[in-house]
Write a protein that binds this ligand. Sequence first.
Ligand code: IPE
Ligand code: IPE
Ligand code: MG
Length: 245
Amino acid sequence: MPHTDLSVSKHIPAHVAIIMDGNGRWAKEHGKPRTEGHKEGVEALRVIVEEAARMGVKYLTLYTFSTENWKRPHEEVSALMELLLNSIEEDLLQKNNLKLQIIGEKAKLPTAVQQALQHLMDTTNANTGMCIVLALSYSSRWELTEAVRQIAQQVQEGILSVDDISSATVAAHLSTNFMPDPDLLIRTGAEKRLSNYLLWQCAYTELYFCDTYWPDFRKDEFHRAIEDYQRRERRFGKTSEQVND
Ligand code: IPE
Ligand code: IPE
Ligand code: MG
């Protein structure tokens, strides 16, 4: 099939969120330990990051480690933290003019990981290309609970009145307040659930589920997801006639 350049032919989602799932099952199928699946997942990540940036995606939000993933065996959690420390290449970020951001409960991460990520956020802060957002020790319920806490605190201190609380107030207190809601959410690895990811932000996001395990998710699969998105009609509660006027 000839390679079609989707970025010039149709509109590209400004914000793509991905649940990178299936590393463990990929490893099992290849007779390898789960950690090898995570390592191979990093390779897929490199390809997708560069392709998304090339196509003109503005924000790429990657579910990298959930609040619930802390419950995994200690060895797997350690291997994942080690991988985080060693696999984000400053060169790749700078070469592609990419900016790095983190959402999630950063304080729970090992100090070395926090420091390495902070260094990357600082050194890429002025970059003007795509923003890579890693959701790390993240879950929507954690994020929403934090937001409620902050808002309640402001009411208690008299900074905010209850009548002034709107959905914009809630959104402003979420860790994603610096970017628009995702246009497209991709979940690899065959499961059809959100696993506590961006529940508020995905109110009107187009969902795309595929069976491919994350380590096998490469450019072609990504293009398929974008093409599928481009065929959708986003109505946001309105009628088809209204949105096409
Ligand atoms: C996703 O792959 C990576 C993380 C959750 C960190 P999994 O490790 O969940 O892989 P499966 O779902 O067990 O195959
Ligand atoms: C979601 O995958 C979290 C990440 C991809 C980081 P999980 O593998 O943890 O999700 P569940 O447990 O199958 O819902
Ligand atoms: Mg999984």
